[in-house]
Design a protein around this ligand. Sequence first.
Ligand code: CU
Length: 501
Amino acid sequence: MTHTHRSPSRISRRHVLAGTFGIGAVAALARIGIGTSFAEETTEAVTLATAAGGTLPIPDLLAATDEDGVSVYALDAQTGTNTTLVSGKTISTAGYNGTFLGPTIQLTDGQSVRFDVTNNLGEETTVHWHGLHIAPSNDGGPQNTIEDGATWSPATTVNQGEACTLWYHPHGLGTTADQVALGLAGMMIIDDGSDANAALPHDYGADDIPIIMQSTAVTTAGAFATANNNFTASTSTLKFLVNGMSATDETPTLEVAYGRVRLRLLNASLTDSITIARSDSASFTQVASDAGLLAEPISITSLRISPGERAEIVLDLTAADDAVKLQATVRNTTNGTRYTASMLSVTSTATSAADDLPDTLNTITDIDATDATTRTFTLSNSGASMLINGIAGTTMDIMDANAVMTTLGAIEQWTITNSSTNIYHNFHLHDVPFQIVSVAGAAPTGANTAWRDTIEVAPGTSVVIKMQFTDYADNEYMYMLHCHNVIHEDDGMMLALMVMS
Ligand SMILES: [Cu+2]
């Protein structure tokens, strides 16, 4: 196989914020399989996967080192610059193990892991494992500050119970938008060992492709925007990035050697929602929400993904005579269309069609909330001050004083109300995924019937969710619940949750 089409010179010319991406080892790593021994893997009669080609950069899989049965993943948060995205501007960036974004971490349920996160940013940071079911002391929230030059080493046994697409990013108090904007974000993939996940495309970099989408703006000063008015300033340059490549300047291409491809879509934007559709308006298949596989594949023609959310889709390619082209319609917090980007063009060299997808992907057992503790959370704003239940969670004292207290094993049902006049919010809960009871009074449909950890709440409406707080309790460390418009989060739309033993 050849990778010359991803040579560094081509990449830089295409305005890629290159750092960790790459290139040669992707398929080999995918074959060896992080988390399984080489011996196990070689006893299976596997067909070598052919790495996807095209101009789309694909983050490397992060290789682990083994320490007495613990897979250790090393992340180095570091700074960089980019001089190619906007001509004449030197943009400050940051990434993990590179200068923009980070490698993909692929984990398997039951695996013992440790993350060694070293901070070389020159300022405090944290790393939160968005969607990962993990103890609050390891969750990476504002209590897990990593000083400049220090290394933080949370360890856990992967305990997700769902095949899903998660991500990792900073989660400090008041600094999340600033640091995510620089490029501090990476994908995390969980394999639950299920037959359904195995029946879906799952060869990383070959037919299982991460798609990290970022709606960004570069200011006249040459910085990534971190405030709403930067995005609307006529002097800012808007760029839609896909795995760090500017789709605004040139549509990224993906050439797959298979009849079907799985795209793991992540909206890593600060504030914008993204609606994905095929440019020919044809249908495509969604197989996973942000927190797990759907009960069954669903056919859709558009997919709206709010900031922080993920979704997995599969594209059947052999039926298409031409490239399957995806477009992204990007909307601001008041739901106005900012722009539309031609985000990806996918082609296949396969000559035979893929096998049928499974009819059933997941068994989602309904949480019995008959005796649930109920709570109400009202998201509102007073000008630029962003509030939950009237509180702006901007200091640790406020977090402590207003922590939501629950107990291990508790089942709860929450009504999340957006009382802002015209601003969209999207609610994210740490620790456990939730099930949706209703959206604006109606029963959930589509991907809203699957596990979720982030849900958009339209102005003047409510979403009712239910969840159970399993496995992890701590009387000192807190989880967070917040709006995942991270500008709103930094402006106070965040509270703490304590699960007491
Ligand atoms: Cu919000």
